[in-house]
Design a protein around this ligand. Structure first.
Ligand code: 5GP
Length: 126
């Protein structure tokens, strides 16, 4: 489906500043911004600045500094949203869609952080 990285994908264009975004957090390696079509009261997308297609690509090929930074940003966002279970927050869900079966629309690796309402079971049957 996405054999090579397409540098015209919408998140690549956001990273180049060609398309505006509502930034939640930015570091040297990572950008987090609000989803344009939120599926929950809090819906944040977290993307690496590097050209990775999907979770497996990032996990196998990104440098350690990129991976650590990316994961830390997800934790910092959960803390800023106040949703961590460890502090009596109401919780959240992190999703990463990949490829055809995962129904990935944008071929630049991203995590969805969803929170702010009960999110139901993980998957619907079928
Ligand atoms: P996927 O299906 O690839 O996991 O999710 C892509 C997500 O990107 C969708 O939730 C969609 O609403 C979001 N999205 C698509 N285009 C834009 C955009 O231009 N700006 C922002 N902020 N989000 C976008």
């Amino acid at each position: 489906m996405f054999a090579t990285y397409d540098d015209q994908n919408i998140f690549a264009r956001i990273l180049r500043g060609e398309i505006p975004n509502t930034t939640v957090m930015e570091t040297d390696h990572t950008l987090a911004f609000r989803d344009i079509n939120p599926l929950a009261p809090e819906h944040v997308l977290v993307i690496p600045k590097g050209a990775y297609i999907s979770h497996d690509d990032f996990a196998l090929n990104a440098g350690e500094a990129e991976i650590v930074d990316f994961i830390r940003v997800t934790g910092r966002i959960c803390a800023e949203l106040g949703v961590q279970p460890s502090t009596q927050g109401a919780g959240y869900r992190i999703i990463s869609n990949a490829g055809t079966d995962g129904v990935q629309d944008v071929p630049h690796y991203h995590l969805h952080i969803l929170a702010g309402r009960p999110l139901g079971r993980m998957l619907s049957a079928g």
